[in-house]
Design a protein. Structure first.
Length: 619
């Protein structure tokens, strides 16, 4: 996937002629992607990408560079793009409409448009943030890049670390946008843009998902054909001449994408799956069922603890900000297997859960809402006095469970979701040092979640949760995981379920067709019941989860990396040394799955410091 990078200064030029080349080197150093550089009198932009021909327009005083593919909903612009190219069409549209041009764009893209004579520039990312972009202000210059490493190649950019974002990382297991671990960097949110003129820098959103028809009575039969046509169209748009393969976990999303590839091309899809030699983690059985059902050319690789140990420094290097999703490891090895098989682009099933209601927490919160939606008088004057007045209630399991249910159900959304948060359950004061806690706002993560939840264009709890997950679960977590893992392996990636028309369709789907009681993804599964294998339709969700906790206890090399990392992180002043001392020896053996996640988070935080902070201080 690689990215974009560059700088703009309408007042003066940057004297170093090789600055943009250094930024380009940060983009292409992992996958060896082709690099294009465009230099203007007051700006320079570089684009690095695998496979696809560059979408670049450059004439005197006008520059447009696109990463990814742009489609136009406006017929006139679409015709202009067909005749003269998308990049030139964007320049014309920007001159006439300003940032409003973005409202007519579709596809997965990041772009930079510069009109030097008019001293105007526009940066933007697509509606769900599949192609990231961030920026920093430096002495009159706007420096931008697809990740922090490209921006940091600029000598004037500050690398000051923001303690708040370190806390946010430990809370979310990644650094959510628009923040960055670097205090002076800003990340564009999905559907976001930056409009630069001589005197102003305007930021905003040109698109937000709007949930309509939430309570309408529509049937699966009325919508099924339209839905399946949209999936076929979306997959077809991803078949851009590359040698295509597909991730196949055996879940509904990846199985659907794999099956549709074969349906469209008339040839068996090439599918790739990861297994683990650990009880309760291996899901290859379902991937094989889907592969047999669709007749794919299926490939498997079993990740070992030794593989994990080998991948840790590579992942720490490629993620320019702390990133703690351990499923990046199996995603990388899956992509690497596809690369060795000659695949140049993998299609991923990400997005289906966040569009159609597939995460288990949606059903859990529905059960809590059955109580929270009761009249307050009934809850406070009848049910709660009885439940909490029963003598010795805490000793009686049914009463203890009822009380726990009432306590959780009584919390407002989205705070109710965070009762399961790892950092909250362990206790921030027990994990983090007093000095570090004084430098951060521990309520900030919940405030961020609440803001997105409250501002969602939706009337129902489920759709508000979906809007929140499109931001925090998908754009900030799952997409960076797949993007960077495939980049590390040297293959491109596409997300057919995140097609704009498919997103619009899902947003208009009535809530009861997404979640029917506690039945997840009701419409999706019903609409594909005659397409997907029965076992895939009825399986519980798992994915490429990594058995890091069990392996940390038994693999010597992996444990040594963890021990060394946790020993070193004590000197950062972030985590209490006594918590670190107990984590591996006492806590991990008692609950490997639970505490293994915290070991991974702290280990990757320390590894990030070594590759991106300590190394920068030495250079």
């Amino acid at each position: 996937m690689s990215g974009l990078a560059g700088w703009i200064n309408f007042e003066t030029s940057v004297s170093s002629p090789d600055l943009i080349d250094r930024m380009a080197g940060r983009l292409s150093r992992f996958d060896g992607s082709a690099v294009n550089v465009v230099r203007g009198s007051r700006c320079a932009i570089t684009r690095a990408a695998l496979g696809v021909a560059p979408a670049i327009y450059h004439t005197s005083g006008e520059i447009a560079v696109i990463l990814g593919q742009v489609r136009f909903s406006d017929p006139m612009l679409a015709r202009h793009a067909r005749d003269e190219g998308a990049a030139k069409a964007l320049v014309s549209g920007f001159r006439e409409r300003g940032p409003a041009i973005l409202e007519s764009l579709q596809g997965a893209f990041a772009l930079a448009l510069i009109l030097e004579k008019e001293r105007r520039a526009l940066l933007a990312v697509d509606r769900v943030g599949t192609r990231p972009l961030m920026y920093a202000r430096v002495n009159g210059s706007l420096v931008f890049g697809s990740d922090a490493a490209a921006i940091n190649a600029h000598p004037g950019v500050s690398r000051e670390i923001d303690p708040q974002q370190i806390f946010n990382y430990l809370y979310f297991h990644m650094v959510p946008g628009p923040g960055s671990v670097y205090k002076h960097h800003v990340r564009l949110n999905p559907g976001g843009y930056v409009h630069l003129t001589t005197n102003t820098l305007e930021t905003g959103s040109y698109w937000k998902v709007e949930y309509t028809r939430e309570s309408e009575r529509l049937s699966v039969a009325e919508l099924k054909d339209e839905f399946r046509d949209l999936i076929r169209t979306s997959v077809r748009q991803e078949l851009d001449g590359a040698r295509i393969g597909a991730f196949l976990s055996g879940g509904t999303d990846s199985s659907t994408v794999s099956g549709v590839i074969g349906e469209i091309t008339g040839e068996p899809a090439r599918t790739y799956s990861i297994g683990f030699g650990a009880q309760d983690y291996d899901e290859t059985r379902y991937a094989r069922i889907a592969a047999r059902h669709f007749g794919t050319q299926h490939h498997e690789y079993y990740v070992t603890p030794q593989d994990v140990a080998a991948a840790i420094p590579k992942l720490a290097d490629i993620y320019a900000e702390p990133f703690g999703n351990s499923s990046a490891v199996p995603t990388y090895y899956c992509a690497r297997m596809a690369k060795a098989d000659g695949i140049t682009k993998l299609l991923a099933g990400d997005g289906g859960d966040e569009l159609f209601g597939g995460n288990a927490r949606y059903a859990t919160q529905y059960l809590f809402s059955l109580y929270s939606d009761l009249p307050p008088g009934m809850r406070q004057r009848l049910i709660e006095p009885i439940a909490f007045a029963i003598p010795w209630g805490e000793r009686l399991l049914p009463v203890r469970k009822l009380r726990s249910y009432i306590r959780q159900a009584s919390l407002p959304m989205p705070a109710r979701l965070e009762t399961y948060n790892l950092l909250e359950r362990l206790g921030t004061e027990k994990v983090l040092t007093p000095e570090f806690l004084r430098a951060v706002d521990t309520t900030r993560p919940l405030t961020m979640l609440t803001e997105v939840y409250a501002q969602a264009h939706a009337a129902t709890m489920l759709n508000r949760m979906l809007a929140m997950d499109l931001k925090f679960t998908l754009a900030d977590n799952d997409l960076p995981k797949v993007n960077k893992s495939t980049e590390l392996a040297g293959v491109d990636v596409g997300y057919p379920l995140l097609n704009d028309e498919l997103i619009a369709f899902a947003a208009c789907l009535p809530v009861k067709l997404k979640l029917r009681g506690t039945k997840l993804r009701y419409f999706f599964k019903q609409a594909l019941r005659d397409f997907l294998p029965h076992e895939v339709i009825t399986k519980t969700k798992h994915g490429f989860g990594l058995p890091i906790g069990p392996w940390l206890q038994h693999d010597r090399a992996l444990r040594e990396i963890a021990c060394d990392s946790l020993s070193d992180i004590k000197r950062r002043g972030i985590v209490r040394p006594e918590f670190v001392d107990d984590l591996l020896d006492t806590h991990l053996p008692s609950h490997p799955g639970f505490y293994g996640t915290m070991v991974w988070l702290l280990m990757m935080l320390e590894q990030w410091h070594k590759y991106h902070v300590d190394s920068a201080e030495r250079s």
